[in-house]
Write a protein that binds this ligand. Structure first.
Ligand code: NAD
Length: 480
């Protein structure tokens, strides 16, 4: 059985404990590889390697750093098929999704920041004939990047790329639930001779090796994507040590469907926004609010479309819904389905585990599920389920739509569907979210600020926002 290795100082190495954890392929429900159960000692080794590499890496010209990242992006593209297959097996997502979204975005993230750093300039503030100020934006040093399991290589590269481009050395940890593509990335780094110690990748448990990265005194900034409770815990460790913190956390995202929307286009987009990646995208719409005038018509058409989503082997063409990521996660999602029933929700479609036959008979599959009749205050409308479970409900006015949309502790992404431009602009201002999409969903421009309001996070990723996070601003005031 394949043993995944840590990547420290340019070499693939076993964890110092020599202990391993099981890595399960969720579509077949079987252990298929082993993950290092890394500890504080591995973090020490990675930090030492990063510290040694920092003067060299941060001292390279921007063009040289950019060229290293370009090579890495190209090498990912060259191995795209292998990476897509690995992502699908490790995560349970349809291979078609890994091929068209996850892996292309992995290389695009690295290429984007290899270019962005060449355009990153700093400010100057003139004080007339007295003095001039200019801002130096210098790399921080060693930074920690911790990512989740839902979009493994996509989110891992989204963090490490700006950190590296800005001249930092990185100690990174992918989710222990989906370690494979980060491991393959470390093999790619080794193959192309990516500078040693600049990127170090440790595998293992969050509360063990993740905690050790966050706590290490030489790790000066933490970029974290994951659950809100984990984010709060990480902040409680990092904040008293005055580390820079970027937190991308959970969501409970509303979609507001108005009667004047483009019906067919909205229908297709809302189905995709509800169930892409089995609903396991932080940006997925999980509360669908529909203007009463079209409620019955939209609901019936929506349910028809959801019924057509084929739950199946992720490796088979035509599969729209693969496995959810783990048995524990499947049980959590099924628990919310039970809760929705107890709370009085009417299940319109799905509502149970899907039992496949053949290769996937032990896999962790759930039918796409839609409830109606739940109140905003019900737990299923307040808590993040992070699976293929959606609630729908009618609304009667723009004011009510805003109230419903804003009525949870989360504020990641809201979506508005309407052809009334004035209304769309007005709502965009009133919605308390980091991202508002109008008549679209998950349309991304990597230059834009990305992140959540309220309990969905602190700080923004993307474009120069990310480069600002991964640099320390120093003002230099020169008197004439
Ligand atoms: P998680 O919080 O359980 O884990 C995320 C990462 O943190 C993993 O690598 C984990 O090992 C690590 N970790 C856990 N405990 C830690 C600790 N004490 N110290 C340091 N690291 C620790 O989240 P998950 O279940 O992997 O991912 C799902 C969550 O991620 C959902 O809430 C989802 O909304 C969120 N998410 C948010 C975004 C965003 O951009 N806002 C994107 C994707 C996922």
């Amino acid at each position: 059985m394949e043993k995944i290795a840590n990547y420290i100082d340019g070499a693939l190495v076993a964890p110092q404990s020599n202990e391993y954890l099981d890595n399960v392929a969720p579509a077949i429900g079987q252990v298929y590889s082993l993950i290092p159960d890394s500890t504080e000692q591995d973090v020490e080794a990675a930090v030492a390697a990063a510290e040694k590499a920092f003067p060299l890496w941060s001292g390279l010209s921007v063009d040289e750093r950019s060229a290293h990242l370009e090579r890495l992006a190209t090498a990912i593209e060259d191995q795209a098929d292998e990476l897509a297959m690995a992502e699908s097996v490790d995560n349970g997502k349809p291979l078609s999704l890994a091929k068209t979204v996850d892996i292309p975005r992995g290389s695009a993230n690295i290429r984007f920041f290899s270019h962005a750093i060449t355009q990153y300039a700093s400010e100057s503030h003139s004080m007339g004939d007295i003095a001039v100020n200019f801002t130096l934006r210098e790399p921080i040093g060693i930074v920690g990047c911790i990512s989740p399991w839902n979009l493994p290589l996509y989110l891992f590269t989204w963090k490490i790329a700006p950190a590296l481009a800005a001249g930092n050395c990185v100690v990174a940890k992918p989710s222990e639930v989906t370690p494979m593509t980060a491991y393959l990335l470390s093999k790619i780094c080794e193959k192309i001779g990516f500078p040693k110690g600049v990127l170090n990748i440790l595998h293992g448990l969050g509360h063990k090796v993740g905690n050790a990265i966050v706590s290490h005194p030489k790790v000066k900034a933490i970029s974290f994507t994951g659950g809100t409770a984990t984010g709060a815990h990480i902040a409680s460790i990092a904040a008293p040590k005055f580390k820079k913190l970027s937190l991308e956390l959970g969501g409970k995202n509303p979609a507001l469907v108005f009667a004047d929307c483009d019906f067919e286009e909205t229908l297709n987009t809302v189905v995709r926004a509800s169930f892409a990646n089995q609903g396991q995208i932080c940006l997925c719409s999980s509360r669908i609010y529909i203007e009463r005038a079209i409620y019955d018509k939209f609901r019936d058409a929506y349910i028809d479309k959801v019924k057509q989503l084929k739950v199946g082997d992720p490796l088979e063409e035509g599969t729209a819904q693969g496995a959810v990521v783990s048995e524990a996660h499947m049980n959590k999602v099924l628990g919310y389905i039970d809760l929705a029933k107890q709370e009085g929700g009417k299940c319109l479609v799905g509502g149970e585990r899907a039992h496949l036959t053949g290769r996937c008979e032990n896999g962790f599959f759930i039918y796409p599920t839609v409830f109606e009749g739940l109140k905003l205050s019900d737990r299923v409308n307040q808590e993040e389920v992070f699976g293929p479970v959606v609630t729908i409900q009618p609304f009667d006015s723009d004011e009510e739509a805003v109230e419903l949309a804003n009525g949870t502790e989360y504020g990641l992404a809201a979506t508005v569907y309407s052809s009334n431009v004035k209304r769309c602009h007005g709502l965009a201002r009133q919605l308390d979210f980091g991202i508002v999409w109008v008549n679209t969903w998950l349309l991304r421009d990597l230059r834009t600020p990305f992140g959540g309001a309220k309990s969905s996070g602190v700080g923004r990723e993307g474009g120069f926002e990310a480069l600002k996070f991964f640099t320390e601003a120093k003002n230099v005031c020169v008197k004439y």
